[in-house]
Write a protein that binds this ligand. Structure first.
Ligand code: BGC
Length: 763
């Protein structure tokens, strides 16, 4: 690690009789020694309470999530009672807090400044689930990079991202925050996030600390309800859920957030097996573990322990920082006296927090991330906004396009209807409290700009998102079913009658996905459904532009609406990105990373499932005594990996370089793909494998490779995948990573359903 000591801190260190010998370039090993010495010297001068202060992470309350717990940060900092804070916005404010910490205290320890920068700061990118549908690690890295530049310009040095929870249950609102259901794609994207946020070892002032969350398994919350129980076998855990977290650790993630849920019956926050045996001892994680919001306090509800004992358990398990509960600061000194925790445990946690600050370069310059000039010039720049616009267009998934209704012809009259058509503040989705909707355009404004002088855009709202405004939300939650507002509907019918084509901007409001937004019914709210039906009744072509933070149930829409473009929540530049695709400037190329079910009753539904003892018929027709439903097909509405474009692709016959994959060797699978349509477009080519027979049941398909290729109309590209034994490995019944020699299927295709299969033998 390279360390340079600034004049200011050098003086502080000399004054404190520390050795500032780090003022030179040093190798990693000697850098670590240097860090050890620095931290040890500092800790020698700290009281127990001051050490516990470093483990305390209150919220600033500026951007509040969860329960509002206001805290007087300045006073706590002067008392050396906090190691950092979350949710304070603005370089000036954070600079002031750092100043108090480093100029008004005896220890002069700088602070961690955390925030949930999940998909952008003021330049907002599509929600993470949408980002994953680009299958583009470079886009994800760029998004994280721009997020880091903007957040760090505003004083933030720590983001609570990436969220790497695999999720197979669309009822869970937080599916919006992750990369979908696949551990392989999730791992590739996890690394891209870490590279984007942390860059080269966080040495620059625009590279920030990432936080891998929610460790672990939070995406498997039972019944899709937040804060609920998780229970799964180690086999499923290791093969299906843990890989992305591990990939992020391998990529150098500097911090981890434990999850709210239980793992093997023990809250992750107090789970020693998870936080110490696995994360640190097996995976070699050297960074810091923070709890989720008040999860130490919430161990009481789990029936595990009241807050004092819960704090002891969390510390003993390997937790370093306590987010918001205050349990560490308020109780552990007493626990130490009672012999319930040890000084070694407190020291270990304190050391890891201080090391994290050291690695961030905060001791070198506590104001590294507080630069009002950067804040004025590096946020929401045209360059960042262009990147967000381009990337957003990559994430849209064209689900249906019967009769090529799309792209729209830029002529005549286009009716734009729906509660999301003129809703600039609804474009960003969840975790976007740093965005400034007053700076965004709505889809209506974007469409009018794009079509100016070419076509007329008529507009009517048509309905509210889920009912009349007065009754939309009450103490018991949302009112989804409510009589429509006849006036709004009539206006939309009138506008539609004058148009050549209708674009219906419908779906979820931004607050219908994300934290604390689980749903038991995943269809369109009734009022919107009625509007859509009325539009179809006009007999004119209808395009459904779907806003959503999760897979929704579109069975009726799929049967009745000719074209469906899923635009998720595309961020601050959605108003331009959506017309880019609707009007054919860009051909859609996103593919689903989470299965769309036919009904909620099919959930959990995911492509990489284990086979049943009595598989369903291949054509999904009902058969008695097979694994199916009497009232539904078992197949999804839209499978994992699915997505159309404005062109057509012809997949040639794939070829294997050999029928044998030798031990320690490689095998290639290659094929031609031709763009046979009329648009240049990207295509996402996918490769899956299946282990035919094995000691432990293996999934029917597992993604092991993909390519995002650009193919001009009429052109052919040759795509080659290389397989090695590593791609065949899985965690067996003893949790060893290995594979058994034998026959494997390898499948190549445009999605997880439409594949061509070859077979090889692995030695
Ligand atoms: C969420 C985390 C988030 C934290 C801090 C919690 O409620 O579960 O994902 O990072 O709040 O805002």
């Amino acid at each position: 690690m390279t360390m340079k000591i600034s004049g200011l801190l050098r003086n502080l260190l000399i004054a404190a009789c520390l050795c500032p010998a780090a003022a030179c370039s040093v190798s990693n090993e000697s850098g670590d020694k240097e860090m050890d010495r620095f931290v040890s010297d500092l800790m020698d001068r700290m009281t127990v309470r001051e050490k516990l202060g470093q483990l305390n992470l209150p919220t600033g309350g500026d951007l509040v999530t969860g329960t509002v717990m206001e805290s007087d940060l300045g006073e706590m900092i002067r008392n050396q009672e906090i190691g950092g804070f979350l949710n304070v916005k603005g370089a000036d404010k954070i600079r002031e807090l750092q100043r108090i910490a480093t100029e008004e205290t005896s220890l002069k320890i700088p602070l961690l400044a955390g925030a949930d920068i999940i998909h952008g700061y003021e330049t907002v990118f599509p929600i993470p689930l949408a980002m994953s549908c680009s299958w583009d690690p470079d886009a994800v890295e760029k998004m994280a990079r721009i997020s880091a530049i903007e957040a760090s310009a505003a004083g933030i040095n720590w983001t609570y991202s990436p969220m790497l929870d695999i999720c197979r249950d669309a009822r869970w609102g937080r599916i919006a925050e992750g990369n979908g259901e696949d551990p392989y794609l999730g791992s590739v994207l996890a690394k891209a996030y870490i590279r984007g946020y942390q860059g080269e070892k966080m040495s620059r002032n625009d590279e920030i600390l990432a936080c891998v969350k929610h460790f672990a398994l939070y995406g498997a919350s039972e019944a899709g309800r937040d804060y609920n129980t998780v229970d799964m076998s180690r086999y499923r855990m290791f093969n299906g859920y843990l890989p992305p977290y591990r990939a992020a650790i391998e990529a150098g993630a500097g911090s981890v957030m434990s999850s709210f849920n239980l793992v093997d019956g023990i809250p992750a926050t107090a789970n020693k097996w998870l936080l110490t045996d696995l994360l640190r001892d097996k995976w070699g994680f050297k960074g810091m573990v923070v709890t989720d919001y008040n999860s130490i306090g919430e161990m009481d509800s789990f029936g595990i322990a009241p807050i004092k004992e819960a704090s002891e358990k969390a510390l003993a398990a390997g937790t370093d920082m306590d987010m918001v509960s205050g349990g560490f600061l308020n109780y552990l000194e007493q626990s130490l006296k009672e012999g319930k925790v040890t000084m070694e445990q407190i020291d270990a946690a304190c050391r890891r927090v201080l090391e994290t600050k050291y690695r961030l370069g905060l001791f070198e310059d506590p104001y590294k991330y507080c630069n009002p000039e950067r804040e004025a010039s590096e946020i929401f720049t045209p360059e960042h906004r262009n990147a967000a616009r381009e990337i957003a267009a990559e994430t849209f998934v064209l689900l249906k396009n019967q009769g090529n209704v799309l792209p729209l012809k830029p002529k005549g009259r286009i009716a734009l209807v729906g509660p999301l058509a003129d809703a600039a503040d609804n474009m960003c989705g969840m975790w976007a409290s740093t965005c400034r909707p007053e700076n965004h355009s709505s889809l209506l404004e974007g469409m009018r700009k794009a079509l100016s002088g070419k076509a007329e855009v008529l507009y009517a709202k048509g309905s509210n998102i889920y009912g009349d405004p007065e009754t939309e939300r009450n103490a018991t939650g949302y009112k989804f079913v409510y009589g429509n507002n006849r006036k709004l509907l009539d206006e939309a019918i009138d506008v539609a009658s004058k148009a050549d084509v209708i674009v219906a901007a419908l779906g979820e409001g931004a607050d219908m996905s994300g934290e604390s937004a689980s749903r038991a019914d995943l269809t369109l709210p009734d009022v919107q459904h009625e509007l859509l039906k009325a539009m179809l009744d006009t007999g004119k072509p209808v395009v459904l532009v779907l806003f959503t933070g999760r897979p929704v149930v579109l069975s009726w829409e799929d049967s009745n609406v000719p074209a469906i473009l899923n635009v998720w929540f595309a961020g601050s530049e959605a108003a331009d990105a959506i017309p880019d695709v609707l009007l054919g400037k860009v051909s859609p190329s996103g593919k689903l990373t989470a299965t769309f079910p036919r009904s909620v009753g099919q959930i959990p539904i995911y492509y990489n499932h284990l086979q049943s003892s009595r598989p369903d018929n291949e054509d999904y027709s009902f058969q008695r005594f097979a694994s199916n439903y009497i009232d539904s097909r078992t197949s999804p509405l839209y499978p994992f990996g699915y997505g159309l474009s404005y062109t057509t692709f012809e997949y040639g016959k794939p070829e294997l370089s050999s029928d044998i994959l030798p031990a320690g060797g490689t095998l290639t699978v290659s094929l031609d793909i031709t763009n046979t349509g009329n648009f240049d477009s990207h295509e996402i080519v996918q490769l899956y494998i299946r282990d035919r027979y094995s000691e432990i049941a293996r999934p029917v398909k597992e993604l092991k490779g993909f390519r995002r290729v650009f193919i001009k109309k009429g052109e052919t590209v040759h795509v080659t995948f290389t397989l090695t034994g590593e791609d065949l490995k899985y965690y067996d019944s003893d949790m060893n990573l290995s594979y058994e020699p034998g026959e494997f299927d390898v499948m190549v295709g445009a999605n997880s359903r439409d594949v061509q299969t070859l077979t090889f033998t692995a030695e």
